[in-house]
Ligand binder design. Sequence first.
Ligand SMILES: NC(=O)c1ccc[n+]([C@@H]2O[C@H](COP(=O)([O-])OP(=O)(O)OC[C@H]3O[C@@H](n4cnc5c(N)ncnc54)[C@H](O)[C@@H]3O)[C@@H](O)[C@H]2O)c1
Length: 356
Amino acid sequence: MPDDLLVVTGGAGFIGSAVVRAAFAGGWRVRVLDSGRPDVHGRPPTQADLPDGVELVVGDVRDARTLDAVLAGATAVSHQAAKVGLGVDLQDAPDYAETNVTGTAQLVAAMARADVGRLVLASSMVVYGEGAYRRPSDGAAVRPAPRDEADLAAGRFDPRDPATGEELEPDVVTEDARLDPRSTYALTKLTQEHLAAVWARETGGRVAALRYHNVYGPGMPRDTPYAGVAAIFRSALEHGRAPRVFEDGAQRRDLVHVDDVARAGVAALAWTAHAPAGTSRAFNTGSGTVTTVLELATALSEALGGPPPEVTGAFRAGDVRHVTASSQRAAAELGWRAAVPVSEGLREFAVAPLRA
Ligand SMILES: NC(=O)c1ccc[n+]([C@@H]2O[C@H](COP(=O)([O-])OP(=O)(O)OC[C@H]3O[C@@H](n4cnc5c(N)ncnc54)[C@H](O)[C@@H]3O)[C@@H](O)[C@H]2O)c1
């Protein structure tokens, strides 16, 4: 592995830059391909934004000629470039499709031309839609019915069993759960997984698709329609306002620190060296700790000495109630476990620099 060349697409982004640091520290030579999307970066990325010794190519993953140049001599690719977040409305759909689907199609086609056979793909928990649930009366695993507006308005937030109407209990989601992408973004993340799997089958390549859960940490983007809830709460507190928590605050999430995600990426790269040819495999990438949205808001309020969260009871019908991961597969097969305790990570995150 020493001196092997890793190409990190999106390597100037929040997670990509952490992957770059971790891979570089782990002995990879690293080349970044990033377009410096203007809605992500205030200014185009420069060499000075990257560790000394990491190469930067400012270019677009949708461009075949750029890819041919960037992939020359590469051993593996970590594909982080994407249009992220839930977007504003359906007018975002073409951009999601072009960036995430066409971008990945161009990438795997170029990897086939360049004979690069190892890929780690940044996938997402959004491919699951809702998390996993059990029926309290007999413990059976149940796919919940969509939540009913009348229930939500009455403060009954937990989804119900479509057969009995019973309120369900959340469970952890495993990689073989049914996939249910519910947004354009989610659909494009799942399509990326499928494209990568087709590439692996047709070329004898190997792909690890890391289904990141809620990634947080220094460098997270602040306050955009695409920002995560942790950054939104932090921004409110910085303006002296209480974080406003939807529903009853009991929504369960799996918060995973960006440095842990980056280490998972490096472990997955090692796995691609040994997995059988043609393999594509998904791995949940979560901390294994359940954090409710209210706990998250409270931890940030306390760390910043701000007003306590305000639980509003407001709701958005399409929101996911609970989704937390079992990351056992990554532990067993990649030898990776999250190392940053959520409580500690959130104290650090409360005061860490965010991306403007
Ligand atoms: N942040 C999360 O919580 C989270 C959760 C699940 C999955 N993911 C996935 O992780 C990956 C990284 O996300 P992030 O949060 O770091 O986002 P980010 O926006 O910070 O980083 C993405 C990077 O990709 C670059 N990029 C976008 N389109 C490009 C293109 N066409 N060509 C070249 N570069 C391009 C952007 O300039 C940016 O630097 C994405 O694939 C995302 O879907 C993120």
